[in-house]
Design a protein around this ligand. Structure first.
Ligand SMILES: [Ca+2]
Ligand SMILES: [Ca+2]
Ligand SMILES: [Ca+2]
Length: 165
């Protein structure tokens, strides 16, 4: 009888050991799948932030004329003399600008996203082929490109077209 009990005890110990091994494997795979989820989720958040930051530039510039309103002819590409962000009054003023920390649609600094930056390019494109970049001020169509970087890594690039009228 005693021998029988001892045998049973030994058997349950093996069962416990096997159970421990199985639980260990289960926990290991749970941890692995959890960290994969976090990574994917983090990338998704960065992309959403990048889209938000591109949208701020689009909103900021949507109401601005393509070229400077103080001049009847398109004499300059980029910011006019003495203009800073606060008085940028046309779309091409933003050409070649990088905002780090990024800015919002009200030209406000977005310190909550300080690790991100917005890099803006404004270029003229061929009216019959918007993929074809032409020399500054030689077309009435411009393409705006906003690249968003997280630290120095590019997260997104967004482009849209505007027409000078
Ligand atoms: Ca001006
Ligand atoms: Ca201007
Ligand atoms: Ca300008």
């Amino acid at each position: 009888m005693m021998g029988n009990v001892k045998h049973k005890t030994g058997f349950s110990l093996i069962e416990v050991l096997i159970a421990i091994i199985f639980i260990g494997i289960a926990i290991a795979s749970l941890v692995a799948s959890n960290s994969a989820f976090t990574q994917a989720n983090g990338a998704g958040t960065n992309l959403s932030t990048a889209e938000f930051l591109s949208e701020q530039i689009r909103e900021l510039t949507a109401m601005l004329k393509v070229s400077d309103p103080d001049s009847t002819s398109w004499t300059n590409f980029g910011a006019e003399t003495g203009e800073t962000l606060a008085d940028f009054d046309d779309l091409d003023d933003f050409d070649g600008k990088t905002f780090s920390p990024p800015i919002g649609a009200q030209r406000n600094t977005l310190n909550d996203f300080a690790a991100f930056s917005q890099q803006i390019t404004v270029e003229n494109v061929n009216p019959s082929d918007f993929e074809d970049v032409v020399a500054d001020r030689t077309s009435d169509f411009v393409r705006v490109t906003v690249k968003v970087f997280l630290n120095s890594e590019q997260v997104s690039t967004t482009s849209w077209l505007r027409c000078r009228y």
